[in-house]
Design a protein around this ligand. Structure first.
Ligand SMILES: Nc1ncnc2c1ncn2[C@@H]1O[C@H](COP(=O)(O)OP(=O)(O)O)[C@@H](O)[C@H]1O
Ligand SMILES: [Mg+2]
Length: 263
């Protein structure tokens, strides 16, 4: 079976006064449909650059991205994006923020069907009682729940997440990881998530993609996470296998440190 997603020699070059700045050079990755990968690497290596090119929000300098049999061109609702800061429209309620995307993607559905979809996802992420509040009335964690509801409600071919829980406290982050993985377990969307947290990567991913330091960053190593799903956080963290995965990932980052902190 052909891969569902393919990044082929994906590269990003910025023209600067001092010549070409090659940020990402020949990033290659294939993913099966329904796979969840996490990308880790040092701060500034080019993780967000890779993700934003796949999202169609940052021009691809060289190479290409193929998703579900077609080369991507620009942004589109076939890719759901969740950033570190939730990017909600502040004058709209959580419900309206999700409904906006839903009515664009499900334009052929009835008003009632669109309402059902919007309400369903907001309820699943735990906002059943808060969906008519505006972002300003919601905590950071709750805003990010809206972001997840919005991304999943559009039934995208691929989910792209860039450190979505990076600004949350530990407890909220654990809650949101649970919301994300519960949704993913139901829908098995093909997902790519950038994180600087190796524990988060092991908990969520089928494979962890380790990027080399920039400039000219690319895929360095790939680690398969062979832990059964659904995963119980405490159970897996107590296993020997978990320690080996963690050592491997930390080792990769430490070998390349001296280049700023891992982020
Ligand atoms: N317009 C630009 N011109 C030159 N370099 C840039 C530009 N935008 C970003 N960069 C560089 O690209 C590199 C990768 O950035 P980024 O993808 O945000 O890293 P990460 O997400 O891994 O922390 C950084 O070193 C940054 O300085
Ligand atoms: Mg980044």
């Amino acid at each position: 079976m052909a891969d569902y997603f393919e990044a082929i020699n994906l590269s990003k070059i910025y023209k600067t006064r001092n010549g070409d700045a090659v940020i990402v050079d020949d990033f290659n990755l294939e993913m099966k449909r329904g796979e969840f990968v996490c990308i880790i690497g040092h701060s500034g290596c080019g993780k967000s650059t890779v993700l934003s090119m796949i999202a169609g929000l940052n021009e691809i300098s060289n190479g290409s991205v193929v998703l579900d049999g077609a080369e991507i061109e620009g942004a589109g609702p076939d890719r759901g994006v969740v950033f570190q800061s939730p990017c909600l429209l502040p004058w709209m309620t959580a419900y309206e923020n999700v409904a906006l995307g839903v009515s664009q993607v499900y334009f052929h559905a009835t008003r009632e069907e669109r309402h059902q979809i919007t309400e369903y996802y907001l309820t699943v992420v735990g906002l059943g009682d808060a969906m008519h509040k505006k972002p300003g009335e919601l905590s950071g964690g709750m805003q990010q729940r809206v972001g997840l509801a919005r991304a999943f409600a559009l039934s995208p071919n691929m989910l792209l997440l860039d450190e979505p829980f990076g600004m949350l406290d530990k407890l909220t982050k654990f809650e949101l990881q649970q919301v994300l993985i519960d949704l993913w377990n139901r829908e098995r969307l093909t997902a790519m998530m950038v994180t600087h947290d190796v524990d988060e990567a092991i908990y969520l991913a089928d494979r962890v993609i380790m990027m080399t330091n920039g400039p000219a960053a690319r895929v360095g190593e790939i680690l398969d996470i062979k832990l059964d799903r659904p995963r119980d956080r405490n159970e897996i963290m107590a296993s020997e296998q978990y320690g080996r995965y963690r050592d491997h990932l930390m080792g990769f980052l430490e070998e390349r440190s001296g280049h700023g902190a891992a982020a």
